[in-house]
Design a protein around this ligand. Structure first.
Ligand code: F6R
Length: 369
């Protein structure tokens, strides 16, 4: 039941701190090591893996795009991410040393299932990241890491996405741990940071009133653009997808570095553009680049909606609207940066009179190709 919330979507957004904590539960021991006993692929097989291929659809695909940054950074194993619907039809190169990760909330998405069947036929090992116990995708995989989001009823994926991210980070860190990388210290630090992420998500949720207000004020717009860099780029894609499916608006996500290669021509007076700003600590080059992107679009009339870390003052002069998120290590930032975009889409859709739990033309589980 909705527990007093106006929609399942709102309820599921609110459940995210718990979903994140539950997905970590029992998987990190006191010394900060990962114990993923469910991943029954032997350590020696994981040590031989020379390529990771992630297959998924929609929101789960966006989780995969973020996972690529973490996997390649922490393990130095090349990682490809592909839409499951494209994967099988292009004769992908796979062998026994390929680890295929299939991400699916429902565990029943036909495109993802077909992709994993194809991968196993080629001899690849398949690890499923799934939210539904005993569903088809985990049953047909070599191993499964369950996300513990609990049942997701609203068609638009929210809490499942955050837990998919957590599971992806766990897989990346686990691969690093099993293979022993030079990032061991960083891995220990990230494991600690992951443990505090649930609290950070909770803090974001407590500050969403201005985001709701902003969303309502944009109900009559036709288009909203989303920009990000690095892991902020898939977050931008996810923000745009949520707005399309719920508010039925034209929404697009771009890599901010691509602006000058075309999309900047779309910028006109008052066009709302959401920009996801990476932490100014850590990789500061990224941060500086995106600040100049914000300046560029603002100079061309865009109405800038800036999502930036608490304490980041450099963005203040260029933000028409500023949404603050807690400081988080760069690779983990999507866990907090996505939340305002979910709230934004949900509120905007409601303001337009749309039914958020059951958007038109969509089904929760897509069991046809
Ligand atoms: C978007 C959404 C869809 C699903 C996609 C994959 O909010 O819910 O894009 O993410 O259909 O579904 P699963 O994860 O069940 O394979």
């Amino acid at each position: 039941e909705k527990d007093g919330y106006a929609s399942f979507m709102l309820k599921e957004i609110a459940e995210q701190p718990k979903a994140v904590a539950d997905t970590l539960l029992g998987r990190i021991d006191g010394s900060g090591s990962l114990t993923l006993d469910e991943v029954r692929i032997p350590a020696n097989v994981l040590r031989e893996v020379d390529k990771v291929v992630i297959v998924a659809c929609g929101t789960a695909f966006h989780a995969g795009l973020i996972a690529k940054y973490a996997i390649e950074h922490w393990t130095r194993i090349p990682c490809e991410v592909e839409l499951a619907s494209e994967f099988r039809y292009r004769d992908p190169i796979l062998d026994q040393q390929t680890l295929v990760v299939a991400i699916s909330q429902s565990g029943e998405t036909m495109d993802t299932l077909m992709a994993l069947r194809h991968a196993r036929e080629q001899g690849a090992k398949v690890l499923a990241i799934c939210n539904t116990n005993g569903s088809t995708i985990p049953r047909e995989s070599d191993a499964v890491l369950y996300t513990h989001a609990g049942p997701e009823v609203a068609v638009a994926s929210t809490k499942a996405f955050l837990t998919q991210l957590v599971a992806c980070y766990l897989v990346a860190l686990y691969l690093g741990q099993v293979r022993g990388t030079k990032w061991a210290d960083e891995i220990r630090a990230v494991v600690r940071d992951l443990s505090s992420v649930s609290g950070a998500v909770d803090r974001v949720l407590r500050t969403m009133e201005p985001v709701r207000e902003l969303a309502r004020s944009l109900a009559a717009e036709d288009t909203v653009l989303f920009l990000g860099r690095h892991v902020g780029y898939p977050v931008a894609l996810e923000g745009a997808l949520k707005l399309k499916e719920l508010a039925y608006m034209h929404a697009e996500g771009f890599a901010a570095g691509e602006l000058k290669h075309g999309p900047i021509a779309l910028i006109e007076d008052d066009l709302p553009v959401v920009v996801v700003v990476p932490s100014p600590r850590g990789r500061s080059v990224l941060h500086d680049k995106i600040v100049s992107n914000i300046q560029e679009i603002r100079a061309r009339g865009a109405r800038t909606i800036v999502i930036a870390e608490e304490g980041d003052e450099t963005v203040v002069p260029y933000a028409d609207h500023l949404i603050r998120i807690p400081a988080t290590p760069t690779l983990l930032q999507p866990l907090v940066a996505t939340v305002p975009l979910q709230v934004f889409a949900c509120e905007l859709a409601t303001a337009r009179g749309n039914e958020v739990d059951q958007p038109r033309n969509l089904a929760k589980s897509v069991t046809v190709e």
